[in-house]
Design a protein around this ligand. Structure first.
Ligand SMILES: C[S@@+](CC[C@H](N)C(=O)[O-])C[C@H]1O[C@@H](n2cnc3c(N)ncnc32)[C@H](O)[C@@H]1O
Length: 288
């Protein structure tokens, strides 16, 4: 499957109306994936004819619920969703929302342990929305060794996210697409009007968020952003490279971390709006 914007937009346009008919009345929930982003997951799953979706990171189940509505039991598609946190308000909200969807299996546990075995039996699509950042990319790398995993989606890989550069570096360009692609955004951003509006009901997580704005700072991405990595027929094996790369950040000396922290605090407190671009690039340099 080619992943240039034109082809992806065509595939998504084919289901746009049917997706909108199930998504437009779905109320946004805290921490949730946006409609224009889930459109891509649904369109690719349908286009590839894959009938098992494995999700890591459910929280209140916005993504899970949209999948469950688009691929209801009559489609023959199964959805297995893994969430780490068991006795939380989020977990209860998700269980209540998804009650009655017989093709959805809500599991609790750590995806590092569960995902590889959930992906062995048949072709599947994997959606990772927790863990985050470089950990998410490492988890993606682990499952992509298995050619039964046709595509992996990783959420929150906007242009300034930890893990974006890592994804661009280790997965071939020809197999990778990001939903902050300009043409993709222009084609489908109108699906998100309700999400942006209802997101304001959760100021603790959504303060200072708007298109191309995150925590009040301009960023070069429209929103959270899904990375899509299409697997090859043999599987992609970049586990060692990803582990080594991620390890570099974990093994930094405390002294270096403290120094970086001081510089970042200075940037945060001393540099105000007109310098956002400079601050942004300096932050990038220090955190990637
Ligand atoms: C941003 S939320 C998911 C939102 C959800 N996809 C939606 O659209 O509403 C991230 C979730 O991932 C879970 N998580 C983080 N690490 C995990 C892991 N290793 N295994 C399973 N779940 C994990 C967190 O507990 C959290 O509930």
């Amino acid at each position: 499957m080619g992943v240039e914007s034109g082809g992806i937009i065509d595939i998504c346009s084919q289901i746009r109306d049917s997706f909108d008919s199930i998504a437009s009345d779905v109320k946004y929930q805290a921490k949730g994936v946006f409609h224009s982003e889930m459109l891509l997951v649904c369109a690719i799953t349908e286009a590839l004819g894959v009938s098992h979706i494995v999700e890591s990171g459910r929280a209140r189940g916005q993504s899970t619920y949209l999948l469950a509505r688009y691929f209801d039991a009559s489609t023959g598609c199964r959805i297995t969703s893994v969430e780490y946190e068991k006795y939380t308000r989020d977990a209860i909200i998700a269980m209540n929302r998804l009650r009655g969807h017989s093709n959805v299996d809500l599991q609790f546990g750590d995806s590092w342990n569960l995902l590889p075995s959930l992906c062995t039996e048949e072709e599947c699509i994997v959606v990772i929305d927790g863990p985050k950042g470089r950990d998410a990319v490492q988890l993606a790398a682990r499952v992509l060794r298995n050619p039964e995993v046709r595509v992996v989606f990783i959420h929150d890989l906007h242009a300034v996210a930890a893990g974006r550069k890592m994804t661009e570096q280790f997965f071939p360009d020809s197999n990778t697409f990001f939903t902050d692609d300009e043409q993709y955004v222009e084609a489908f951003r109108d699906l998100d009007e309700r999400c942006w509006e209802e997101m304001k009901e959760y100021p603790e997580t959504a303060e200072g968020w708007a298109p191309y704005l995150r925590h009040g700072e301009k960023i070069p991405s429209y929103a959270h952003t899904f990375a899509m990595i299409v697997n090859t027929a043999e599987g992609i094996d970049v586990v060692d490279e990803c582990t080594e790369y991620a390890q570099k950040f974990k093994s930094e000396s405390t002294l270096l971390q403290r120094a970086k922290g001081k510089i970042l605090n200075f940037l945060e407190s001393e540099m105000t709006k007109p310098y956002w671009a400079l601050r942004y690039w300096l932050q990038q340099l220090l955190t990637q």
